[in-house]
Design a protein. Structure first.
Length: 213
């Protein structure tokens, strides 16, 4: 049974369990994060981990929320565009700080404090700008999916892997041939900023459309 942040058996707190799980993640990758591995990391019995997280899924949720800890809303810029950009960059940086961070968050239904705070802050920025609630909520998801997608691809690419050699010289794919110099060009940061710019452009257009109704 999970006991919140209270110390469990042998004085191990939930925070210590989550920290140990994140250590396993960083050292060995997401596929190696197990209840047993976390217990071994702490030097405790398996049931000690289960005292704080009933199962692996719950442990993953706690880990994902811990990754999103530390958001200081008081340091965010006031304008809605700058605020959305700052939140997006902060989230991407938080995911990149942990091995497989983006893959960990993908597909998890997380209803913890840090995750809610991030979403609430993003949606509030859009509401304050004048977006209707539906647009604000779905734009939040759109930006979050953008972050997850490009960050997961970046983290999946081995740091020492050679860049792929792609020769788009087949007339069957004329568009790829024409844009060949740019298909694999640029860093992940550059591609992220480009995609974020595109998203912000779309939001400005949408705000102008809904604001004129």
């Amino acid at each position: 049974m999970e006991k919140g942040t209270e110390a469990g058996t042998m004085g191990i707190s939930r925070a210590a369990v989550v920290d140990a799980a994140l250590d396993v993640l960083d050292e060995r990758g997401l596929d190696k994060v197990t209840m047993r591995a976390v217990a071994d990391k702490l030097g405790v019995q398996h049931n000690t981990v289960r005292w704080h997280a009933d199962n692996k899924q719950r442990l993953l949720v706690l880990m994902s929320d811990a990754i999103l800890a530390g958001l200081d809303v008081t340091t965010l810029p006031p304008g809605w565009e700058d605020r959305v950009r700052a939140l997006a960059r902060w989230t991407r940086k938080a995911l990149l700080a942990h091995r497989d961070g983006a893959r960990l968050l993908s597909g998890l239904a997380t209803t913890e404090t840090n995750t809610y705070r991030l979403g609430d802050t993003m949606i509030q920025a859009l509401l304050d700008a004048g977006f209707p609630p539906r647009t604000a909520a779905w734009a939040n998801w759109t930006v979050f999916y953008l972050i997850l997608g490009i960050t997961q691809e970046q983290q999946a690419q081995s740091a020492d892997a050679a860049d792929p050699v792609l020769a788009f010289d087949d007339d069957t794919f004329p568009a790829l041939r024409k844009a060949a110099a740019y298909v694999t060009a640029g860093t992940f940061d550059e591609r992220f900023e480009f995609a974020l710019d595109m998203q912000m452009t779309a939001l400005r257009v949408e705000l102008g459309r809904t604001g004129s109704q």
